[in-house]
Design a protein around this ligand. Structure first.
Ligand code: T6T
Length: 324
């Protein structure tokens, strides 16, 4: 940013100085490198980021890997550094492997915010990695706990619960798993039927759920801890003719989850607020670039909207459904 005209500047010199300042002011470009292509959660995050960028008069460029893999995501981050973007928002595909690429961005003078996921141990104040400005994400442990407490209530406090989550190196989904297990542990009448890792593939989740239905014919409930895990579980329960018999909680709120909710296949949808996450990240980068750091918090937890058949038609629930 060019230095503003000094207060001693002669009045007649001002118009020229201001004109020069305007002409040389470099437009701000912020990059969003999201988690994976084709996921309504990230599509909605990008939309929120784009709307905020327009409001602030900055440019947003977005890209992300075709599969959840740090070796695919790293060159995308490096390409943003090579483009000399002014700020970088990243959903790191791995908490360890993405430290080095994000450090390269930081070392190039690019402020970094992580959304949905974190790097290191996620404590940017005094943890293992402190250079990112902030991590903006849901409180995933709490979300998993809320989901499974509701499931336990819906099965009358008795029965077996099965958890499907994405991968073991995705901190958000592991926290949801652990929040659910904490709810199960706190309730004597329920037990954990098992945990499977779906690699965020709905067909994989369907196959795994079918196997679980064979193994545990009296299964009471399923927690799908991310969009594709829940979608695959719902498809398996539907095709087994068990809709309404086995209770399902879906973490994430794509249109399909709402259709399944209305059709009694899914009983509860835990909507994150990806648009708010994206918008907050853009605001933080902008604040950092314009010297307004006072409002930047190292960690932001965005709230959930819990959608059930009782409130699905309220404006709040409708606004929380992801875009695709
Ligand atoms: O649940 C979201 C996201 O929060 C998670 O980290 C990965 O999966 C999703 O993108 C949904 O597919």
């Amino acid at each position: 940013t060019p230095t503003p005209a000094a207060s001693t500047t002669a009045p007649e010199a001002q118009p020229t100085t201001e004109a020069t300042t305007e002409a040389t002011k470099k437009p701000i470009t912020i990059a969003l490198v999201y988690g994976i292509q084709g996921d309504a959660f990230y599509i909605t995050m990008e939309k929120g980021a784009r709307e905020k960028a327009e409001e602030l008069g900055v440019t947003l460029i977005a890209d992300g890997p075709s599969k959840w893999d740090p070796s695919v995501q790293t060159p995308i981050v490096d390409a943003m550094i090579a483009k000399k973007v002014d700020g970088l928002i990243n959903v790191p595909n791995d908490p360890q492997a993405m430290i080095a690429p994000l450090q390269r961005a930081f070392d190039a003078g690019i402020p970094v915010v992580t959304t949905d996921q974190y790097i290191g141990d996620g404590n940017y104040t005094d943890g293992t990695v402190t250079f990112p400005l902030s991590v903006i994400a849901s409180d995933n442990f709490e979300g998993g706990k809320i989901a499974c407490e509701a499931l336990i209530k819906s099965i009358g406090g008795k029965g077996k619960i099965y958890i499907l989550t994405s991968t073991a190196n995705v901190p958000s989904d592991i926290a949801r798993r652990d929040g659910c297990i904490a709810a199960i542990d706190a309730n004597e009448g329920v037990s954990l039927a098992g945990v499977d890792y779906t690699e965020s593939s709905a067909p994989t989740a369907t196959t795994q759920t079918q196997a679980m239905l064979q193994k545990e014919p009296d299964l009471a409930a399923i927690f799908g801890a991310n969009l594709f895990s829940a979608q695959g579980a719902a498809a398996a329960v539907k095709s087994a003719g068990l809709a309404g018999v086995i209770k399902i909680a879906s973490f994430d709120a794509p249109e399909q989850a709402i259709v399944d909710l209305r059709n009694n296949v899914i009983d509860m949808v835990i909507a994150q607020q990806p648009a708010l996450i994206g918008a907050t990240a853009v605001q933080y980068i902008y604040d950092a670039l314009t010297g307004n750091t006072a409002d930047i918090q190292k960690k932001v937890n965005t709230p959930f909207v819990i959608i059930t058949r009782d409130n699905v038609d309220t404006p709040e629930a409708q606004a929380a459904i992801y875009k695709s």
